[in-house]
Design a protein. Structure first.
Length: 364
């Protein structure tokens, strides 16, 4: 599962990517600095993992992670191939969620591709290009559905009705994620199309240092504009985050954050937000050799979750021994949780909860 960072050229995408990832993308003050997408695997900050490490004292600790892709800047006309648009749009289509970076700061020393700062215009520029590309995909499918519907095929007629709603909405500059469609129709008819504007989105308002804690007028405009999109908005001073990352000690970084009125790096908040955006959750395994966070899709069953460790665990699943993180934290050890009668045994139908500490029993 991966999230793609998108936006116009020179809005701070690659600098943000560098803040999130140990990989170092080229970052410079001119458009199309990034051509090929940069990919980084980023650890998900999780205080629960730190607490389990403290309680168990394992030989090693392995966090959950999420894949972040830095996609080159889009420009007006990208859907028609402008600015290597077809290549960049294909890169976006391969991601599972979108992190849309919007420039929300003024700085005469950093050029803007359109001459001046306007995050709402920038957002609309990107939205229109993505919507046009989706419209192209819907129109292709629409022609096939029309032919099939003429034969009296009821499934084709149902699909045609959904496609016509998509077509009309996209023509009106409405992204697919904002269109009211039943969950079943979305799953059956929309999801197979892999439409770009159907992907969940997180808007990152890139501000200067003075607005890192409270935002600014640009941020307020963005929040108002996306209020009906069911999208998240995160305020981040990307250049400042990059400066914090360059500090050598944890203490120095904490002092810098405190001076800004922040309790943790914004990059940590963004990674967790991206994790949630991808509809992912975490369960833990905890033992003397290893404490580990495992990534699962929300709603995964116990056997499916076991299969993340090894396919044999899912095939031969017998039962799961489960302790909630809250109980582990409260009582301080697996043994004390059991003594308090808080450990549970769950079967194949159990839906794993975020934060569960688990042992699996299986036989292959």
């Amino acid at each position: 599962m991966k999230a793609g960072i998108v936006g116009l050229p020179n809005v701070g995408k690659s600098t943000l990517f560098n803040c999130l990832s140990s990989a170092k993308a080229q970052s410079a003050n001119f458009p199309f600095c990034t051509i090929e997408p940069n990919i980084g695997v980023v650890n998900v900050p999780d205080p629960r993992l730190n607490r389990l490490e403290e309680l168990v004292s394992p030989d090693k600790v392995i966090p959950a992670n999420v894949e972040i892709v830095d996609i080159a800047g889009l420009v007006k006309g990208a859907s028609k191939g402008e600015g290597l648009g077809n290549q960049f749009l294909a890169n976006i289509r391969e991601t599972d969620a979108i992190i849309h970076v919007l420039r929300c700061f003024d700085n005469d020393n950093i050029v803007h591709v359109d001459g001046f700062v306007d995050p709402i215009r920038d957002k609309e520029t990107i939205d229109i290009e993505l919507q046009l590309k989706d419209l192209e995909a819907v129109e292709k499918r629409l022609e096939k559905a029309k032919r099939a519907a003429r034969t009296g095929d009821k499934d084709a007629q149902k699909e045609l009705a959904v496609l016509e709603v998509l077509h009309k909405s996209l023509e009106s500059a409405v992204s697919v994620r904002a269109i009211e469609i039943s969950d079943s129709d979305r799953l059956i008819y929309v999801k197979p199309l892999q439409l770009i504007t159907d992907k969940p989105v997180l808007y990152v308002c890139n501000v200067d240092e003075s607005a890192a804690a409270s935002g600014n007028d640009y941020v307020d405009q963005v929040k108002t504009t996306v209020a009906d999109e069911n999208a998240q908005v995160l305020v981040l001073a990307v250049a400042t985050e990059a400066d914090i990352n360059e500090l050598e000690t944890f203490e120095e970084r904490q002092l810098f954050l405190e001076d800004l009125g922040l309790d943790e790096p914004g990059a940590a908040k963004l990674i967790r937000s991206a994790y949630k955006l991808l509809n992912l959750e975490t369960y833990f395994t905890a033992g003397e050799k290893e404490v580990r966070a495992w990534t699962i899709p929300a709603g995964a069953t116990a056997p499916q979750s076991a299969g993340v460790i090894h396919t044999d665990f899912e095939k031969g699943f017998i039962r799961a021994e489960v302790i909630s993180y809250a109980d582990y934290d409260r009582f301080g050890s697996e043994q004390k949780v059991k003594e308090a009668g808080k450990a549970r045994v769950e079967g194949k139908d159990y839906i794993v909860q975020d934060g569960d500490v688990m042992h699996f029993r299986f036989n292959v």
